[in-house]
Design a protein around this ligand. Structure first.
Ligand SMILES: Cc1cc2nc3c(=O)[nH]c(=O)nc-3n(C[C@H](O)[C@H](O)[C@H](O)COP(=O)(O)OP(=O)(O)OC[C@H]3O[C@@H](n4cnc5c(N)ncnc54)[C@H](O)[C@@H]3O)c2cc1C
Length: 259
């Protein structure tokens, strides 16, 4: 690590108003999901965004005609170990904010406030982290998985990632690469629309599925993280608390309210 990297890592993670440049836009084939990469530093290198894996940013596109207002929240899918960019991913719909976001040209700067949020990895690495996501809810888990893998953190991570079909498995290539190099990482993909080519798990995340992949120790002491739309959060909370008897102190949730 260079001296400059060390200085950057030590920048406090307190929220600030920033203007960051759009570097790249990538559509995910077969889905309505688009990922956007922004610079991590200001135009004159006058600031650098430091954050914890799993945090989010508030983007302000100044959309005046939007009944929901000009701001939206986006979790950072990038890991703090990715030095030169931040990454967000979202579903592009026919809403004023998303239309504006999707029309931004590379090179344009946008206003945002970051970093925010407490949905970050626990520090006691003797406890596993169990991530439960559906669809776009996988965003903060890319950040945490990439971070844990790059830093070789000695923490067991088990991701249950439910999607409608194979095209919708966001970041699959990157996740599979992480799983190949990180022996502490286990990923279970499950599809809830029938696909005869699919050899993996099928359906939504269920009690049977969680029981199948977690040891009794992992069930007893893991920290569970849920991320997704409000309906999914409620379903997963019920699954964990009522069906599996996990106390709420071991459950953390990031709700994508607005979906
Ligand atoms: C902490 C936090 C983190 C978040 N992180 C992410 C993230 O990483 N990625 C992400 O994509 N989102 C994230 N969200 C949600 C995000 O901020 C937006 O609220 C969401 O993307 C919807 O924005 P919109 O502009 O499309 O909807 P709006 O314009 O705000 O739409 C308002 C309402 O209209 C309805 N609606 C409009 N169009 C449709 C449609 N085509 N289908 C169904 N219903 C529709 C919905 O009920 C919606 O609630 C996060 C939210 C929070 C609170």
């Amino acid at each position: 690590m260079t001296e400059q990297d060390k200085i950057k890592e030590n920048i406090p993670t307190t929220p600030r108003k920033l203007q960051l440049k759009l570097l790249e836009r990538k559509s995910h084939v077969g889905t309505d999901i688009v990922s956007f990469k922004f610079s991590r530093s200001g135009d004159n290198n006058n600031y650098y965004l430091n954050y914890n894996a799993g945090q989010y940013a508030v983007f302000d596109l100044g959309t005046k005609e939007d009944p929901s207002g000009p701001i939206r929240f986006f979790n950072l899918a990038s890991s703090p170990t990715e030095k030169n960019f931040i990454l967000i991913s979202t579903i592009i719909r026919d809403t004023p904010f998303k239309k504006k976001l999707d029309s931004l040209n590379v090179g344009i700067s946008v206003k945002l406030t970051a970093p925010l949020g407490k949905f970050i990895l626990h520090e006691d690495h003797s406890r596993a982290a169990v991530f439960l996501s559906e669809g776009i809810g996988v965003v903060p888990f890319r950040s945490m998985i990439k971070y844990a893998t790059d830093k070789q953190l000695p923490v067991r991570i088990i991701l249950f990632d439910a999607n409608r079909n194979q095209d919708n498995i966001l970041y699959k290539e990157e996740f599979d690469k992480c799983a190949n190099s990180n022996k502490n990482l286990k990923i279970i993909y499950t599809l809830y629309i029938h696909d005869s080519d699919w050899k993996g798990e099928r359906g939504h995340i269920t009690k049977t599925m969680v029981n199948k992949y977690l040891s009794s120790t992992e069930m007893y002491n893991s920290i569970f993280y849920i991320c997704g739309a409000p309906g999914m959060i409620n379903t997963m909370r019920k699954l964990l608390q009522v069906d599996l008897g996990i106390p709420k102190e071991r459950i953390m949730a990031e709700e994508f309210s607005g979906y």
